[in-house]
Design a protein around this ligand. Structure first.
Ligand code: COA
Length: 150
């Protein structure tokens, strides 16, 4: 079980990410136009079990604070959900970010996404504020933040 950076030259990894994005987020899924810049200028990690990809995490580093990252997205493949992999991936991610000297991790999540909120809170993320209409009319988000203790 490991979490590692995806290689921009490995088309099959990028295709797997594109498919998982669509499965999870439909209209909100990102395509090459966003995936490629995030790989090149942010970071995309794949979570593998026995060499099979079960999930992805997309990260953007803060402009204002070198020790802060934003989780743009995090997902487990539909068929592999509810088996504990989301929690394992999140715990590996926090370990990875800690080693990278990150101490503030932020994200936003839909208020309806109770499962995601549950796992984020389980790993220490705290709700910050409700961002009304953040992604358009009536599409609210909750911002959450984790402080990694050093
Ligand atoms: C959110 C997501 C990453 C979670 O991964 P997962 O592998 O399905 O989750 P796990 O099996 O590791 O853990 C699920 C936990 O949520 C709990 N849970 C499940 N459904 C729940 C619900 N409706 N409300 C609250 N908690 C719920 C489970 O009981 C379990 O917690 P526990 O171990 O404390 O009992 C995954 O479902 C996913 O990729 N969803 C689609 C994309 C997405 O929404 N990403 C987050 C965007 S911010």
């Amino acid at each position: 079980m490991n979490l590692k950076e995806i290689d921009i030259t490995l088309e099959k990894d990028i295709l797997a990410l594109k498919e998982m994005e669509f499965e999870a987020f439909k209209d909100g899924a990102i395509d090459y136009w966003v995936i490629k810049p995030i790989i090149r200028h942010g970071k995309v990690l794949k979570f593998e079990i026995n060499n099979n990809i079960v999930g992805f995490v997309e990260l953007i580093k803060s402009w204002d604070n070198n020790n802060s990252v934003y989780i743009f997205s995090l997902m487990i493949g539909k068929k592999m959900q509810n088996l504990g992999y989301g929690k394992k991936m999140l715990s590996k991610l926090i370990e990875y970010l800690d080693k990278e000297n990150i101490n503030i991790v932020s994200l936003t999540v839909s208020p309806d996404n109770k499962k995601a909120i549950h796992i984020y809170e389980k790993y220490g993320f705290v709700k910050q504020e409700l961002l009304k209409n953040e992604y358009g009319n009536n599409i609210d988000r909750i911002s959450m933040q984790l402080k990694i203790k050093k």
